[in-house]
Design a protein. Structure first.
Length: 108
C-alpha cells in the first residue's frame, strides 16, 4: 500500500511517502507559519524522490489534531482535495494518539 502522510498540526510540518511499510521519502520542516506555502512543494518533491505519481497512492493520512487550528485546516484541506481528486482513501489520525503510541514502558 502506498501512503502519503501529512502532519501540519504543530510548528513542525512533516510529510512522508511510504510503500508497504517502508519509508520512501520524508521530511520535517520547522518553520512556524509557513505550512501554507511549503506543503504542496514538499509533497511534490517527496513524490518525485519516491518515484511515484499522486495516482499511484492508495491512501492519504493526515493529522487531525489537536494542534494549531490554521495548520490543521491547511493539512486537512490539502489531504481531502488530493484524496477526492485521485479517488483514494482518506484517513485522519489523532496527533495526540500518535505521540502517545511512542510511550511503551510506563505506569502512567
Amino acid at each position: 500500500m502506498k501512503i502519503l502522510a501529512i502532519d501540519t498540526s504543530n510548528k513542525a510540518m512533516s510529510v512522508a511517502v511510504t510503500a508497504n511499510n517502508e519509508v520512501l521519502a520524508e521530511t520535517t520542516l520547522n518553520h512556524a507559519r509557513s505550512h501554507s506555502g511549503q506543503l504542496l512543494p514538499t509533497i511534490e518533491q517527496l513524490m518525485q524522490q519516491s518515484g511515484l505519481q499522486p495516482s499511484d497512492l492508495d491512501r492519504v493520512v493526515v493529522a487531525a489534531g489537536p494542534g494549531s487550528y490554521t495548520g490543521l485546516r491547511i493539512g486537512v484541506t490539502t489531504a481531502k482535495t488530493l484524496a477526492y481528486t485521485e479517488d483514494i482513501q482518506l484517513v485522519g489520525v489523532s496527533s495526540l494518539a500518535v505521540l502517545a503510541a511512542n510511550v511503551h514502558d510506563t505506569e502512567a
